[in-house]
Design a binder for this molecule. Structure first.
Ligand code: DAH
Length: 343
């Protein structure tokens, strides 16, 4: 029991330091302070007073004195804070009442890439596609070999690919994925046809940065594999997508192209209306596509005699630029609030 007085005095000292350091700048600071220390019900000092009857008789007097001193100190701190808040009134003659109010709360908005991505995924979701994901760090086999890139293909070059440091030359080369196409390989290896999926994600390229290319960007990969899938299915899906995303009156062109992992291959261009442009606008390529190459199906253990499929890979930044009328891809990555707040 003898330690109780000691403990009470120790607590008193702690509270006393806290009172000394208290910063009471606003009315709510002052009120919080009052409740914490001398509040009728749970004030810390009030609680300590309630312990007095439980102390040995000979200690009660000292305890009472110590606590009274503490309560006075708290009260004095409160009083002077009160005083200060009333004696420091705002001088109304110095306030310019014509100034606009200060906005203390900003409403956040979604990043235009997020907006475009969720529009894209929504549209494919309605067409029965599911979502797949893969790692952003890939190995050479998934990113290139299984996708039928020849050993000496220029895309494997240091120019385009951001390689991760290799510990030893006999380890497989690891890189930041240059496209979302490796997710095709991963999902086909992990399951059985039919496949009908999209794979959104970030991709990385060691590219010169310009108004329309950046070292990091987003793609949405598409893959449909089943018996009897044809190029007509592919074209139909892409045209439906383009009309849903850009509007019924979208002007587009589907022209043949080349990718190692599709045969035949084609790209979709969207007309970009630019009133200041000499031709009134220009074509903007937004995606590559084609029929999945038989070598790719074989690489993942599917019989190309039985299964056919189509694939596509679209950028997200470019469609977002077209839809939201953004003239420079770099704006997406600068995080300037004046830009971001417009969406
Ligand atoms: N992976 C290609 C790229 O990044 C885009 C692409 C083209 C993906 C054709 C596909 C495809 O799935 O079929 O440039």
């Amino acid at each position: 029991m003898g330690t109780s007085l000691e403990r009470l005095i120790a607590t008193t000292e702690e509270l006393s330091t806290e009172i000394l350091r208290a910063q009471l700048d606003t009315p709510s600071d002052i009120e919080a302070f009052r409740i914490r220390f001398i509040g009728q019900k749970r004030g810390l000092i009030t609680q300590l007073f309630k312990q007095i009857p439980r102390l040995p008789k000979e200690d009660r007097r000292t305890a009472g004195q110590v606590l009274n001193a503490l309560r006075k100190k708290a009260q004095a701190t409160l009083d002077s804070a009160h005083q200060k808040s009333v004696s420091d009134p705002v001088n109304l003659s110095e306030i310019d009442l014509t100034l606009p109010g200060r906005k203390n709360q900003w409403t956040g908005s979604r990043h235009p890439i997020t907006l475009a991505l969720s529009r894209i995924t929504d549209i494919f979701h309605r067409m029965g596609f599911t979502i797949a994901e893969g790692p952003e760090m890939e190995d050479d086999w998934h990113n290139f070999t299984a996708l039928n890139f020849p050993e000496d293909h220029p895309a494997r070059d240091m120019q385009d690919t951001l390689f991760i440091d290799e510990k030893s030359p006999d380890q497989p080369r690891i890189m930041m994925r240059t496209h979302t196409s490796p997710v095709q390989i991963r999902t086909m290896m992990a399951g059985e046809p039919p496949f009908r999926l999209i794979a959104p994600g970030r991709v990385y390229r060691n590219e010169a940065i310009t108004y329309k290319s950046y070292c990091l960007f987003h793609q949405v990969e598409g893959l449909v594999v089943d018996e009897g899938i044809t190029m007509a299915d592919l074209k139909d899906t892409l045209y439906r997508f383009a009309r849903a995303f850009f509007g019924e009156d979208v002007k587009l062109r589907y022209r043949s192209s080349f990718f190692p992992f599709t045969e035949p291959s084609a790209e979709l261009d969207i007309w970009w209306n630019l009133p200041d442009h000499p031709d009134g606008g220009r074509w903007m390529e937004i995606l590559g596509s084609g029929m999945v190459h038989p070598n790719v199906l074989e690489a993942v253990g599917l019989d190309p005699e039985r299964y056919t499929g189509y694939a596509f890979g679209m950028g997200v930044e470019r469609p977002a630029m077209l839809r939201y009328d953004i003239k420079d891809i770099r704006l997406f990555y600068e995080n300037d609030v004046r830009f971001l707040a417009q969406f």
